[in-house]
Write a new protein. Structure first.
Length: 47
């Protein structure tokens, strides 16, 4: 995976992690994030 995609994933995944309002993202939100970043295929699916 290109470092730019790794960085985009890390920024999106941890952006608000320390916020008191943080909540675990839903399955649909995670799938949407992966899709937006072009992370598709068996390694990125929730089958």
């Amino acid at each position: 995976m290109p470092i730019s995609v790794t960085w985009a994933l890390a920024r999106a995944w941890y952006a608000d992690r320390l916020s008191p309002e943080w909540r675990r993202p839903s399955r649909d939100e995670v799938v949407a994030l992966f899709t937006r970043l072009g992370l598709t295929g068996p390694a990125w699916s929730f089958a």
